[in-house]
Design a protein around this ligand. Structure first.
Ligand SMILES: Nc1nc2c(ncn2[C@@H]2O[C@H](COP(=O)(O)OP(=O)(O)O)[C@@H](O)[C@H]2O)c(=O)[nH]1
Ligand SMILES: [Mg+2]
Length: 341
């Protein structure tokens, strides 16, 4: 079963895309008209492998496909990634949206656990200004501290008013060592002089991802510290912009990502598109500004739950649109009855 969704300005145009890409045997599973833009999305499938009948194979299967399709649309997951996730979810053969989505996420993304103790290499946090790097450095150190580990925070962000005071306050509250560095030499010395067995986190100054000078500096810092680069990026924003940003950081050696401010973000397509395009491993998510408890690990199941949490809201929006007599009744019907259309 090959699943794909197609978007066009009108239903006939979308159907033409289906025919062109999947052929005349394609089965239409779902159609959706965006009430704001008026664009039409058609989900279609073609049976290339009869054994893979999972998601769209029966009534409950079609329901799962419809739900996932709506949920990914709500999160503004770009269409190419939506298609990949739906196909991967279909291949899992799960009958619940949560299990199917978790399976799709597991197939398409990389996940790793947050560190609980000293790591082999120091962690160096980088990303745009205000993304939450300093708060995340403190949160990571706190997770190790509560398990009895010794930690050292090294900051390269000492020029801006208040930035040294911010990290000093965190270090003091955590009982962590604090070192300052301002270039490659002082960073190398700071890392090398850390007591052995310490969990080391390097906090950096906010950089514009498209500033070649700043990016070269970051690349040098990662190299001299022999660090693991972790992109700290807010979860909200434009998915394409986030992907371009993440790719720029991955090119200088950041292979992990922590998405922040999920407590103030409803749509997670930006975070998904960033991690997927940059092939970054998702380490965790920031869920509060507080240092203790504001950082959570994430895996396919946890992420699937987070994504599916929007279902009640989709239902509310569909009901209010239906009550207004405005918008696509199909969405309202589907979620009000829980049945396939
Ligand atoms: N609500 C919320 N706020 C966060 C989160 N992470 C960081 N912040 C806040 O975002 C602001 C910028 O964080 P900061 O660590 O200074 O960003 P930096 O410039 O990247 O170092 C601060 O007010 C933080 O408390 C989060 O996960 N949720
Ligand atoms: Mg900072």
């Amino acid at each position: 079963m090959r699943l794909k969704s197609f978007t066009a300005d009108s239903l006939p145009e979308a159907m033409e895309l289906v025919r062109k890409h999947l052929g005349d045997d394609a089965v239409i599973l779902d159609t959706y008209t965006d009430p704001k833009s008026g664009s039409v999305r058609v989900a279609a499938a073609v049976d290339t492998d009869p054994a893979m009948s999972a998601i769209a194979g029966g009534d409950s299967g079609l329901g799962v496909f419809n739900i996932l399709s709506q949920v990914l649309d709500f999160h503004r997951v770009p269409l190419d990634l939506t298609d990949r996730l739906l196909s991967a979810a279909a291949a899992v053969g799960a009958q619940s949206p949560e299990a199917a989505l978790a399976g799709g996420l597991e197939a398409e993304f990389f996940f790793a656990s947050l560190p609980q103790a000293a790591t082999e290499r120091p962690l160096l946090l980088l990303g745009p200004p205000g993304a939450g790097k300093t708060a995340t450095a403190a949160k990571l150190a706190a997770q190790v501290r509560v398990r009895g580990g010794a930690t050292t925070l090294i900051t390269l962000d000492i020029g801006k008013a208040g930035s040294l005071a911010q990290i000093s306050a965190f270090a003091e509250a955590l009982g962590a060592n604090l070192r300052e560095a301002h270039d490659t030499d002082t960073l190398e010395k700071a890392v090398k002089s850390c007591p052995s067995g310490h969990f080391i986190v390097v906090d950096t100054i906010g950089t514009g991802p498209f500033d070649p000078h700043a990016m070269q500096e970051l690349r040098d810092w990662i190299a001299v510290a022999d660090a693991e680069g972790i992109l700290v990026h807010q979860a909200s924003g434009d998915p394409l912009e986030a992907a371009e940003t993440a790719v720029a950081y991955s090119e200088i050696g950041a292979h992990y990502m922590i998405a922040t401010k999920l407590d103030t973000t409803r749509r997670l397509g930006s975070m998904l598109n960033a991690a997927h395009n940059a092939e970054m491993t998702l380490l965790g998510v920031g869920t509060a500004p507080t240092i203790g408890g504001g950082l959570r690990g994430t895996g396919p199941e946890a992420l699937a739950k987070m994504l599916l949490a929007c279902q009640a809201q989709i239902e509310d929006e569909a009901e209010s649109m239906a009550a207004d007599g405005d918008g696509d009744m199909h969405v309202a019907r589907m979620f009000a009855t829980g049945a396939e259309s």
